[in-house]
Design a protein around this ligand. Structure first.
Ligand SMILES: Cc1cc2nc3c(=O)[nH]c(=O)nc-3n(C[C@H](O)[C@H](O)[C@H](O)COP(=O)(O)OP(=O)(O)OC[C@H]3O[C@@H](n4cnc5c(N)ncnc54)[C@H](O)[C@@H]3O)c2cc1C
Length: 865
């Protein structure tokens, strides 16, 4: 048995599980694992329990999640026995709580304090981790859990001369245990993130002079601290279990009802009222939830941001200082907003001064103080509130070497890659609590910590029960989760900020969005799904043998998944069970509820002559001066639904992105007018548009046809008819998730035939309404069966979760084989209907950008050249 310090502090030679950290995570881990009969030892550099709350003892340190929620929920008796004195407790009170937890469950004997884990190496033969401590002790463990915190690796100031200063120096994240007295002193605080904003008002009360050095102003909201919120206390008293369960399945780990009010569409008075109400609450979740789209839509976000700036200007008397304190370089919420008690008002005190480092940067720290580009200042004490190397810092600061000899730091050189934020490929049996790519810092962390610890504990119990002793995520599962994380972040405004969420506060750290933004609820669902389905994405091994249920747990784009959930919650009958009139009414109502799409220069309605009477069309003209290229567009709807007006948002988007006049033409619909009525109308319309190009504002000879779904079918067919008829000349075709064949036996029908809006049954219903069985194989119904040589260059867009995906791919391949220039755009994670949901499905925007770029390159490039 290796020894470190006293007998009680000896390090065992081997345990089932070694844990790094004795904060909220480490303590609960010891409790759970011990309960399950695992031998466990935990290590912490600190001399006692508490983690964050051990280290961050600076004046004003408090939680920013109400104490009703920022506490363990695993033992109702613990909850009953502890009473918080305030809505936002001070650091000493939270530390006392964690100490109470350690005593109550007698956790300290399993913790080695004052001990840092410096290195860990995976031994593949013995299937164990070999750990080394800062006291040079070594030990082995089957499972190794990094409960080392997200914000436990303080960032030391990267300022020239930082070591030279001879006065008192404090780092908020490593504050001394004895009270620091600033009375009568000249003090500098460098940094205005959460810690700076919390400590500045208190230091100002003592110091003779306080100078605050600010690089980036932050949004902050009054905490309105006081007694714990009575409404929450009442809810807890009434149904504690229900409240906690609601928190576990909420978006951020606190049970709040999300709003359905959009900042973009709400009237100004409603916007103002909602903001003022949230301002009074003094909670992050209120101010982050004023509008349902403030994290996604820059316009909505700016309403909130500007109203906060108004408050700052109203509270700070000097206009220049107020302006410098107003954040303008990032959308609200994309950096963690702060809760404060009198922060902005502090700058009205005569002995407090703000130095805006964007105007006068720090040049150096000197022996006596700080030199900026404008002046030299002397201080008795400097407080660095410079934040943390968040999330990855504590993990890569340990020399962890995995199964392939690669260290974690090397593996993550370009950013972290994890599966569920819990494990990483190449590092078997290594778990992380609130690791990168888990909700972690975007949530009430205690809820996330409990969920992770429970998942890990259940997993270890299961491995033991199934006689397995090695677990590792597969590369496929990990890559899928990394992609899903990126997809989730990309549809939000978060990546627009240079924040510590992005690693932007640490020089040289890769810019990757670190926490999972899909919500505590969505995340919990994914973890549960993985566990309930044979540990999807994990390779398992042990005496019982090896097995792997490889796969990716989230492949649908996150906003498409939201649409699907929303539609499922409506409980509508399948469209194919409706009569045609009801199906049309439903399609119209759905279209009317969608955002209108971007502004165009002009929209006009008119008619053109068709073979059996006039055909209505709607024309979308770009704002620029014409003439413009022309696109004849055919709407989707299975030849049964829709009209020239129905794909308005998509047509506007197409018009704006391509700079073309888009003419969306109505055609006769089935079942009233069956095949080939729609084909005849479409071809007649294209001929008319070509002949009238100039009067429509188009450039004669620059005509493309485009269509979505059944409209894509008509566009493809029209190109074949025009080629066979010797005109009109069509210079490009855009086929968006188009019907190209009547054979419904392709794999995409089997894979995606249910659950993705356009079902296999609905597609059958459309075909039955449209064309007789005998006609369906005809090239004017199934263009894939036609001759394809000599057709105009094509852009073929297919969606991954569309029953029509494979026939789209087949058409693109067949066109290419026939010598037709083809650009294919594959929409990963999309369904048949999501690409046309402009502004509702944000992840569709890059696909449409790619589509428009491809179209312009295939049909305009030769013309322009
Ligand atoms: C000032 C501040 C206020 C916060 N307020 C809130 C809040 O209101 N709500 C909220 O949800 N979250 C808040 N957080 C986040 C907070 O970190 C978590 O809520 C929570 O305390 C994390 O617990 P943990 O046990 O996972 O990690 P930590 O509390 O960070 O504990 C990790 C421990 O691991 C130890 N450790 C790390 N590496 C090693 C190593 N190699 N060897 C040995 N020991 C090691 C560290 O010494 C540390 O004690 C706040 C963070 C800070 C800094």
């Amino acid at each position: 048995m290796a020894r470190s310090g006293s007998e009680s502090q000896s390090v065992p030679a081997e345990v089932d599980v070694a844990v790094v950290g004795a904060g909220f995570s480490g303590l609960y881990l010891i409790y759970r694992l011990r309960e399950l009969g695992f031998s466990v030892v935990a290590f912490d550099e600190a001399d006692d329990v508490g983690g964050t709350w051990y280290w961050n003892r600076y004046p004003g340190a408090r939680c920013d999640i109400p104490t009703t929620d920022y506490a363990y929920s695993f033992d109702p008796q613990l909850e009953q026995d502890w009473t918080w004195s305030e809505k936002y407790a001070t650091q000493p009170e939270i530390l006392a709580y964690l100490s109470h937890v350690a005593d109550r469950y007698d956790l300290r004997p399993d913790i080695r304090f004052g001990t840092r884990i410096t290195a860990a190496v995976w031994d593949e033969v013995g299937r164990k981790w070999q750990l080394r401590t800062s006291h040079d002790d070594e030990m082995r463990c089957r499972y190794y859990v990094m409960a080392s915190g997200c914000l436990s690796h303080p960032k030391t100031p990267d300022i020239e001369g930082a070591g030279r200063y001879r006065g008192e120096v404090y780092l908020t994240g490593m504050w001394p245990h004895d009270r620091v007295d600033f009375s009568g002193k000249k003090v500098a605080v460098v940094g205005t993130g959460s810690s700076g904003i919390q400590c500045i008002p208190l230091i100002a009360r003592e110091a003779a002079e306080l100078t605050v050095f600010q690089r980036t102003p932050n949004f902050s909201v009054p905490a309105r601290n006081g007694a714990p919120p009575p409404d929450r206390l009442a809810q807890l008293a009434e149904d504690r279990g229900g409240y906690r369960e609601a928190a576990r399945w909420s978006r951020g780990g606190i049970p709040v009802e999300p709003t359905d009010v959009s900042g973009v569409t709400a009237p100004a008075d409603v916007r103002r009222q909602r903001f003022e109400d949230a301002w009074q609450v003094g909670e992050l979740y209120a101010i982050l939830g004023v509008f349902n789209d403030q994290g996604l839509n820059p316009v909505s976000n700016e309403f909130v941001a500007e109203m906060i700036r108004e408050k700052i200007r109203a509270n700070v008397s000097d206009p220049e200082t107020a302006d410098a304190l107003c954040p303008k370089d990032h959308p609200f919420g994309t950096k963690r907003p702060c809760l404060d008690s009198g922060y902005f008002e502090t700058f009205n005190l005569p002995h407090v001064r703000l130095v805006d480092l964007r105007r006068t940067p720090i040049v150096a720290i000197t022996e006596t103080g700080i030199d900026t580009a404008a002046e030299s200042m002397a201080f008795d004490a400097i407080v660095f509130a410079t934040g943390f190397d968040a999330m990855t810092g504590p993990l890569v600061s340990v020399d962890i070497t995995g199964a392939n000899g690669l260290t974690l730091k090397e593996k993550w050189a370009d950013g972290p890659a994890t599966y569920l934020g819990l494990m990483t490929t190449g590092f078997p049996n290594l778990f992380m609590i609130t690791g990168p790519q888990s909700p972690s810092v975007l949530s009430n962390m205690v809820v996330s910590i409990e969920q992770h610890v429970d998942w890990v504990a259940d997993c270890l119990r299961r491995l033991r029960a199934e006689d397995l002793d090695r677990i590792e995520p597969t590369p496929l599962a990990e890559a899928g989760w990394v992609q899903h994380n990126q997809d989730c972040a990309d549809i939000t405004l978060y990546p627009r900020a240079n924040s510590w969420y992005m690693g932007a506060n640490v020089p040289g750290k890769p810019r990757v969005f670190l926490p999972y933004i899909g919500g505590v609820d969505g995340y919990r669902r994914a973890c549960q799904e993985v566990a309930e389905n044979g540990l999807i994405g994990f390779r398992l091994d042990g005496p019982a043998g090896a097995r792997c249920n490889d796969g990716v747990v989230r492949r649908i784009q996150p906003d498409v998944a939201i649409v699907l959930d929303m539609m499922a919650s409506l409980g509508l009958p399948p469209m194919e069970t409706m009569n045609v009139a009801d199906a049309r009414a439903l399609a119209e109502a759905t279209a009317a509820s969608m955002p209108p799409g971007p502004a165009v220069g002009e929209i006009t309605d008119a008619v053109l002559p068709g073979p059996a009477g006039d055909l209505s069309y709607r024309l979308y003209r770009p704002p620029s001066t014409g003439p413009h290229p022309l696109i004849a567009y055919f709407h989707g709807g299975g030849w049964v639904l829709g009209s020239h007006q129905s794909d308005g948002a998509f047509c506007r988007d197409l018009c704006v992105r391509t700079g073309a006049v888009v003419v969306s033409v109505n055609y006769r619909h089935a079942p009233e007018d069956r095949f080939p009525a729609a084909v005849d109308d479409a071809f007649a319309a294209v001929r008319w548009i070509a002949a009238n190009a100039a009067s429509l504002g188009g450039i004669p000879g620059q005509l493309a046809v485009a269509g979505w779904s059944a409209g894509g079918n008509l566009a493809a067919v029209t190109c074949q008819l025009a080629r066979d008829a010797g005109g009109p000349a069509i210079s490009g075709q855009l086929l968006l998730t188009a019907v190209t064949d009547s054979d419904l036996r392709r794999s995409s029908y089997a894979e995606n035939g249910e659950g993705f809006v356009l079902t296999a049954d609905l597609m059958r219903w459309f075909w039955e309404h449209y064309a007789d069985e005998a006609d369906r194989a005809h090239p004017t119904a199934s263009p894939l069966r036609g001759t394809l040589a000599g057709l105009p260059p094509a852009v073929v867009v297919t969606a991954e979760f569309d029953p029509l995906r494979d026939e789209g791919d087949a058409y693109a391949e067949a066109l290419a084989a026939a010598g037709v220039p083809v650009r294919q755009v594959r929409a990963r994670g999309h369904i048949h209907t999501s690409l046309t949901m402009v502004d509702a499905v944000i992840s569709g925007a890059p696909v449409r950008a790619q589509m428009a770029e491809a179209l312009n390159s295939v049909w305009l490039a030769p013309v322009r050249a």
